[in-house]
Design a protein around this ligand. Structure first.
Ligand code: GLA
Length: 404
């Protein structure tokens, strides 16, 4: 697919030609282990995967267009424009983060952040690309935009974006966080906003919580923002400290098993679990405690290349999510059972929020085709239709793309 061509077909040509269109990308994620622990201040071990979302962006000369000053969003995916809430939320929350920065009485800055400031006076070094004076964020037009302190619109809204992704919606592989993070990195770079990746992750989570009304934890955006090919991200959600754990899977391959049961309508049950945790529900808390222990053990198993031990931990995690946390469902259980019954599989579990969506399995690389055929047959027998089964790899996190 020639995305730049599609972009100009939708939004028209400009003087800069294709070079004026910049391309960004954000992956999806699977969580290897550590489920429903993020919003409980626990440990998670996700990795970014080799499916994701492209975001193409171009500044617009608003003199030439009718709908002055509004960003325009399009997608190559033939889905209803319900997805537009994700980029719109990011625009809103990035603006908000910028106005927070401009409004803070003392703009705490250091060279590391690429700008400097004084109390009550936003002075930004020219190196960062713009400068300002007290009570008035004035940005030279040379930089492409200007804004006033107190005005939330500190970067201009006249840009066009095209999204193109291959993560199945509602499958629990974080297609929404992928769109959000692709938007966040695109705006951050295009307008040289100077946010660090962790700030973008927090903005994306804030947007998902407040703009989209989904009360998720930070895991998905974090995994997508920090992903590193060949590694999983071990994150402590209590203090945001993280480390990369090498994915030493040896002869085994990480497989995604999609129940094709979509979980989009189950946000209320997710919120219910969160409330139960806050209320100290004994079985829910038992899951969180044992799951945290499993994350530590799983990270050690991955480091040591002990895939059999990792596999056992996946199965224990699934059982705990099914019995103690009660977020599995008939389809997920059927798929995980069919997987672990197969001799080439050392372990499987549901991944993500649950109630549908995907599971993951660790399968001998050389036997993936036989495994897929057997699991498909088994699942079809009990559920009535075939699952989607495909191998996946850990991948790099969100960022600019140099060539399409
Ligand atoms: C969803 C949420 C995450 C996390 C998982 C469960 O994916 O978005 O924040 O809570 O469920 O581990």
């Amino acid at each position: 697919m020639d995305l730049k061509k599609i972009f100009t077909e939708i939004f028209g040509e400009t003087a800069g030609g294709n070079d004026a269109i910049r391309v960004f990308y954000a992956p999806g994620r699977v969580n290897i282990i550590g489920e429903h622990t993020d919003y409980n201040g626990g440990l998670v071990l996700p990795c970014a995967i080799n499916m994701g979302t492209y975001a193409l962006i171009r500044l617009r000369d608003d003199a030439s267009v009718a709908d002055n000053g509004e960003p325009r969003f399009a997608s190559t995916n033939s889905v209803p424009n319900a997805w537009e809430i994700y980029p719109r939320g990011i625009v809103h929350h990035m603006q908000r983060a910028l106005s927070r920065r401009a409004d803070s009485p003392c703009l705490a800055t250091d060279a590391h952040h690429g700008f400097e400031g004084t109390c009550g006076n936003l002075h930004v070094s020219p190196a960062f690309g713009f400068e300002g004076t007290c009570g008035n964020l004035h940005v030279p037009p040379a930089f492409g935009f200007e804004g006033m302190r107190g005005n939330p619109h500190v970067f201009p809204a006249h840009f066009d974006m095209l999204f193109s992704g291959n993560i199945p919606n509602g499958s629990g592989l974080s297609s929404s966080a992928s769109i959000e993070m692709a938007t966040a990195v695109a705006l951050n770079e295009t307008f040289a906003l100077g946010f660090e990746m962790l700030e973008l992750v927090k903005i994306a989570r804030e947007s998902e919580n407040e703009f989209c009304g989904v009360n998720c934890g930070i895991m998905d955006m974090f995994a997508i923002g920090t992903g590193k090919r060949g590694f999983a991200t071990l994150l402590n959600c209590a203090d945001m400290q993280f480390e990369y754990v090498p994915m030493r899977l040896g002869d085994f391959q990480l497989i995604i098993l999609d129940t094709k049961k979509r979980r989009s309508l189950n946000e209320s049950r997710y919120n219910e679990r969160r409330a139960e945790c806050e209320a100290g529900h004994p079985a829910r808390m038992r899951h969180v405690k044992t799951e945290n222990e499993r994350v530590v053990a799983a990270a050690n198993a991955l480091r040591a290349g002990d895939v059999a031990a990792l596999g056992r931990l996946l199965v224990e995690s699934h059982n705990s999510l099914r019995d103690d946390f009660e977020v599995s469902c008939f389809e997920l259980d059927a798929l995980v059972e069919a997987a672990i019954k197969n001799p080439s599989c050392v372990g499987a579990r549901m991944t993500g929020a649950g109630f549908g969506g995907c599971a993951i399995a660790l399968v001998e690389r050389a036997k993936v085709a036989q495994f897929s055929a057997a699991v498909t047959e088994e699942y079809e027998k009990s559920v009535g239709y075939a699952p989607d089964i495909y191998p996946t790899e850990s991948a790099d996190g969100a960022g600019a793309v140099n060539s399409l």
